[in-house]
Design a protein around this ligand. Sequence first.
Ligand code: G6P
Length: 609
Amino acid sequence: MCGIVGYTGGQEASPLLLDGLKKLEYRGYDSAGIAVQNDGVLRMIKASGQIANLVEKTDGGAALPGFTGIGHTRWATHGAPTDTNAHPHMSNDGKFAIVHNGIIENYAALRQELTDRGFVFRSETDTEVIVHLLDMYYRGDLKAAVMHTAARLEGSYALGVLCADQPGKLCAIKMASPLILGVGVGENFFASDVTALVSHTKNVIYLEDGEFAELTPENITVYDCTGKPVSHSVSRVVWDVEAAEKGGYDHFMLKEIMEQPRALKATIEPRIRNGRIVLDDFDDAFRVCFADVRRIVITACGSAYHAGMVGRYLIESLCRVNVEVDVASELRYRDPIIDDQTLLIAVSQSGETADTIAAIKEGKNRGAKVLSIVNVVGSTIAKLSDYVIYTWAGPEIAVATTKGYTTQLAVLDLLSVWMARERGLLTGERYDELVKGILALPERTQRSIDLNPQTGYLAERYRDNTSLFFIGRNMDYAVGLEASLKLKEISYLHSEAYAAGELKHGTIALIEPGRLVVALACLDSLFDKTMSNIKEVKARGAKVMAVAREGSRRIFTEADDALFVPATDPLLTAIPEIVPLQLFAYYVAKANGCEIDKPRNLAKSVTVE
Ligand code: G6P
């Protein structure tokens, strides 16, 4: 939610800031702004709407010369997405400009106090209190002003501070919101995410909560909240620049769909050694922990929650352990049954989702061990967890996740087979069969892409359906949940996923002639049952687009159209099955002229509750 970026060095700051903001645009895109220090004066330009508006308004950055600056792209929480509410925010005397990602929970009391002291507020944001606090505490010592200010703030913040009096200097402060420092040669950076840094430097420092840093072109000094310098090692980012570019595709989403075979390979192959699944370097430690586990709770949000739904079917079927899946924003408000014999599995692409973080803390307080499945190295969730299995999907830029989700499924496949073997529930033969099936998933996924060139045509045919349903049973149902979310996220069509047998208990009242029902029928054992449900909706005039196994002829006895999925072990079907439905969602959104990579109202990384 919101992206921030900062630069100090020998190059013009504005073009670099604009470029960084473009890379962070997935974090929020309702308004943006930059501020630059030049000859002891701060100047800023802000624009509502996408970064392109800011690029135009600043003439590609030429309108704001200077070598030190900060930038922000916003997902509004406090106050509408207007120019005035956009960041940076400036102090009344023009001495400070700041950018902020997060929420200041005690802003109302601070605003009152500062107003009483004569500070004039221009925006409706929670952020503006910070810049006035800095102004109030500043007596020529930036570090002292930052420490005093931070001590007054409650909530979450990644902050970038620019001060007119301090040429070439930036300050970056982190508390419960992501912030990374980029270490260059004769130049230094900060950003919410490494994607904004990798084209300039791959050397980064991950700040801890409560720490702040002073950056000049030559130096970075990190302090703890008491002002004591702390040393940090410099980490090397493995993502490359091309990964954050569109690479010839019209949209990041399509590129990321097509990248799935590669991302799955990178996630799966290093974890299978000599035909055995190995959980990175914590295999032995996790074995000891897992011996005591009696229950598993999976928690996540959005698509990651849907991955968890697939995980439940997998783990229960293979490991015979009771698994509960709960949306992270609900988990801690229902007095959950979690104890020291519970394994909490948190799933998150970004590793920064506020609700998931809160659920993990709740689980830890109740004694659970936490294993997380995360894509972003060094993220908050990774740091909070006892065990982390990274998905090696590379940076995911499109707001609607695709490769992030399927690599989460791949890790759940690996994990559940590992756990089942650990419990002695698999014969050697079945284990080998499943391992082979997992290793084949990248190739099966490619086959799923190749098998369905008709998705664009089907999207054209069904693009006018304003409300549709996805139905399926068991794993087909779990995949339907994700397929339905994908469609509504990017095409804004109303869509719901139902357990196929449940539709008749009320919702079937909405089926009328011409209504599209997407029926997922990839599980042989449930095929006939799902066919009966297809007949029920057909009898009421629905159009049915089925998703079925490659070669299934029977599906056409009822379905009007079909997408096909290559033969896979039924337990491993989710990955190849979602792929044609991702493509369907993409092409419907494209046919309807929607903003695919940056759908309205959404943000990729939701760092507020
Ligand atoms: C947001 C995104 C979703 C995502 C969810 C969880 O709502 O728009 O696509 O699934 O957050 O994100 P996470 O990073 O925790 O997987």
